[in-house]
Design a protein around this ligand. Structure first.
Ligand SMILES: Nc1ncnc2c1ncn2[C@@H]1O[C@H](COP(=O)(O)OP(=O)(O)OP(=O)(O)O)[C@@H](O)[C@H]1O
Ligand SMILES: [Mg+2]
Length: 400
């Protein structure tokens, strides 16, 4: 491999990052509506926000680049982002946030030099030991006279209920006192109720922003922007395939972007073709996390050779879901026809669906609703594109 090829391949890894959140505005695609919703909250005194959505839709990335969309004097924004976990108390989580805010004071030195002496400290020093909803409000009141504090709490869903309730108290207090600072809570959930049940008292102060899966044009933007940085392009047909395979999940856009661009570079081409996507699918499948691969095996294994488990699972992955990712048994029929070439009625695969929701096959699906009206969803959303890619690799889905 020539040095140029090698260097260009390395560059693809900087641009397509399937396992790392985006931290640079230039690589951040789409999300115009959601970004402007959060910005609106930041500019409104007394308003706070909760950003929620499925695992892997891009919540951390949005939180990371958020401040670069603000039209404020550099240096005036204080935006620590902390990751919450189950062992955190209110005190530890806010201590983490405030200790990430570095402040400097300038004092004129005694004597004739006229020089200033600067001392650095963290915002945690504003507390005298006790970190409570009230002392947090007081510290933020002091900080907001000269700065715009935006405190971001990622993985908020992992906190204990008692701690979440204290967040609700804090938000209520910050809002009642019209303190010019914003708390942004970020978490995996279908609804805000799952994240913060004590939210009724804070409903008006807490804007709920749901981050849905990405639209096809947003997925396209990830690919096209990334390739542009590499001085590369992609054919329309190849771009369409990526959109279809990723199912709105940006992780897979990065994964396929990475492998397909490297494949094109390897063959000294500047345009990514459909053949590159096909090769990228194979590479992406072998590089997929072991947990996902074994979940597929567990869900589809059977001693009978011509069993339907993998076909039904693939059809579930291809079924048209609603906004929250749920589909009904009836939605599986049409994909079953594409996958098997036969017309299966619901009773011939309803037992398979049932088993997918049971321990012995994972469970790989979760089920809501009542008998005959059940709706299903993949427990791990990242499973769905993996299954579709397996279908492509195994020739079950037409790919030309
Ligand atoms: N707007 C975007 N533009 C480009 N790439 C994105 C965007 N949003 C997310 N990504 C990419 O998608 C993947 C998942 O993003 P991220 O980690 O931000 O999601 P998340 O919702 O925080 O996931 P989790 O629920 O696991 O914490 C990463 O590879 C990231 O680089
Ligand atoms: Mg995240």
């Amino acid at each position: 491999m020539g040095t140029d090829t090698f260097a260009k391949k390395l560059e693809t890894c900087r641009i397509f990052t399937p396992t790392a959140p985006i931290d640079e505005k230039a690589l951040f695609a789409g999300r115009t509506h959601e970004v402007s919703q959060v910005i609106h909250v930041i500019y409104q005194k007394g308003q706070h926000a909760i950003l929620f959505g499925e695992r892997g839709v891009g919540k951390t990335s949005l939180a990371n680049v958020l401040t670069s969309f603000l039209n404020m004097t550099p240096g005036t924004i204080l935006s620590p982002r902390v990751n919450c976990d189950a062992s955190d108390s209110f005190e530890t989580v806010f201590s983490k946030a405030f200790s990430e805010i570095n402040l400097i004071t300038q004092k004129k030195q005694v004597g004739f030099s006229g020089k200033n002496k600067s001392t650095t400290f963290t915002a945690l020093d504003l507390f005298n030991g006790n970190v409570s909803p009230d002392s947090v409000r007081k510290a933020l009141t002091i900080l907001s006279t000269n700065f715009t504090p935006i405190l971001i709490f990622d993985e908020f869903d992992r906190l204990k209920q008692r701690v979440k309730n204290m967040f609700a108290d804090t938000i209520k207090s910050l809002s009642d006192h019209a303190v010019g600072s914003t708390l942004l809570l970020v978490g995996v959930a279908d609804s805000v109720d799952e994240l913060i049940t004590a939210h009724h008292s804070v409903e008006r102060a807490l804007m709920q922003i749901r981050l849905p899966r990405m639209k096809p044009e947003e997925i396209n933007e990830i690919i096209v922007n990334g390739l542009k940085r590499l001085n590369m392009t992609i054919s329309d047909a190849a771009l369409e395939k990526i959109t279809l395979l990723t199912q709105g999940l940006p992780h897979y856009a990065h994964l396929l972007g990475l492998h397909s661009s490297q494949n094109a570079i390897q063959h000294s081409r500047e345009e990514v073709s459909i053949q590159d996507i096909r090769d990228a699918v194979i590479l992406a499948l072998s590089g997929t996390q072991q947990t996902i691969q074994s979940a597929w095996h567990k869900a589809t294994m059977s001693p009978k050779k011509d069993n339907l488990f993998s076909d039904v699972l693939l059809s579930c992955a291809m079924a048209e879901p609603d906004e929250l990712g749920y589909f009904a048994a009836a939605d599986v029929r049409e994909p079953m026809r594409t996958v098997t070439g036969k017309d299966y009625q619901i009773p011939s695969f309803s037992q398979h669906l049932k088993e997918f929701t049971e321990e012995k096959r994972g469970p790989i699906l979760q089920k809501i609703g009542t008998p005959r009206r059940y709706r299903f969803r993949f427990i791990n959303p990242l499973m769905q594109p993996y299954i579709i890619m397996k279908g492509v690799a195994g020739g079950k889905i037409p790919f030309a």
